[in-house]
Design a protein around this ligand. Sequence first.
Ligand code: SAM
Length: 449
Amino acid sequence: MPGKSRYYIETFGCQMNVNDSEKVAGLLQADGYERAPSAAAADFVFINTCAVREKAADKLYHALGRLKQAKRARPELVVGVGGCVAQLQGTAVLDRAPHVDVLVGTHTLSRVPELVRRARAGEGRGVDLDRHADIFDVPDAVIAHSSAVRAYVTAIEGCNHVCSFCVVPRTRGTEVCRDPSAIVAEVRSLVARGTPEVMLLGQTVNAYRHGDVDFAELLARVDAVDGLQRLRFTTSHPEHVGTRMARALRDLPRLCPYLHLPVQSGSDRILADMRRGYTRRRYLDTVALLREHVTALALSTDVIVGYPGETEADFEETVALVDQVRFDGVFVFMYSPRPGTTALRLPDDVPEDEKLRRLKLLNGLQQRAQAEAHRARIGRSEEVLVDTVSQEGHVSGRTPDFKIVHLEGPASLLGRLVEVQIQAAGPNALVGSAPGNRSLTRPSAAPIF
Ligand code: SAM
């Protein structure tokens, strides 16, 4: 009897793309496929793409170049492309890469198994780039979560903001909020399968509203799921942070004290041009409101350097803001012009080497701040949820405020909450030991570990 057909998925981009790939993987498994260890061992290779910066989009064509060679050797190999680049570039992907058999956008992922079946039966290439919202149609029991410790759960799809630099509204459409009862049911089912931590996802997750249920209420309902140990969410927009959200962060027992809150720039002139909807002052007031409620709240942010017209003085304002807020993490990106965005009309006038200088300067500043903050934790005891087995006898996990902690311990600690004594610290992680690998709690059910 021939073995099962095998699939391999390569994912570029953010957590939402990872979650989409988990849905495609689950649907393929429900269709009788099994996961291949590499593209070379697969009958179907799917590339789930990211369009947010040009370099990310270019990765698709590098991957397709490799698959072209593979397909020469194995003409029966089926190649699929999905996600943001597919939605943005449409059939132009096929013009550049005629060896693609299946092309789906961000809203038609659930059609992948059917289109692959047809391609393998010689019925021709399958293309579906429609925007009929099937995004929530994948039953939660089918989703093949890639982590047994931290599961992504989609709360809201798309984005209603009109940031001048951002391609996301074009690739993912406007906001669609998922029914809160479906979200809670998915979390319950994950917890019943032994998942200790859930991360709610959305491009602007804190804009969530479904009938009377706002984001704070959604958090409260998920937090109340019996057996859940930790709750997180990403990504938040500063405009939608208010007192109710700050209180939720303070009061909900499983909700972790960590927030990713992209600022993008510290210059009011650039923020206005980016159409971010807040000023530097308002962003700082928002941070103050959050810290009034949760003193030890960890904050991370995104910054774009070299946005059109960004002067040295504008950049200095960003540096000063980063210095003032003392973030726990800063992700710095060099501005990249994107198709269909309003900023595309502006000259990309900051030279690449100057963008790189600004990026390195901010990264250096932030690394020093993180090293200092992390050193202050040496000697403390931290609660760590082990999420990774790095090598024989070594594991790592995260504190409630999302710091990475490395420690010695057996693979059986995966999914456990352990108390760790911090002994050393670098800019990006803490190192500690768990005396006797003492487990603080056990997952509600443990069969998958
Ligand atoms: N709302 C999404 C989120 O944060 O989940 C945005 C996703 S995007 C992957 C993350 C970051 O990429 C943005 O916050 C922004 O800093 C950066 N970014 C977006 N468009 C960009 C562009 N055209 N050039 C450079 N960086 C960009």
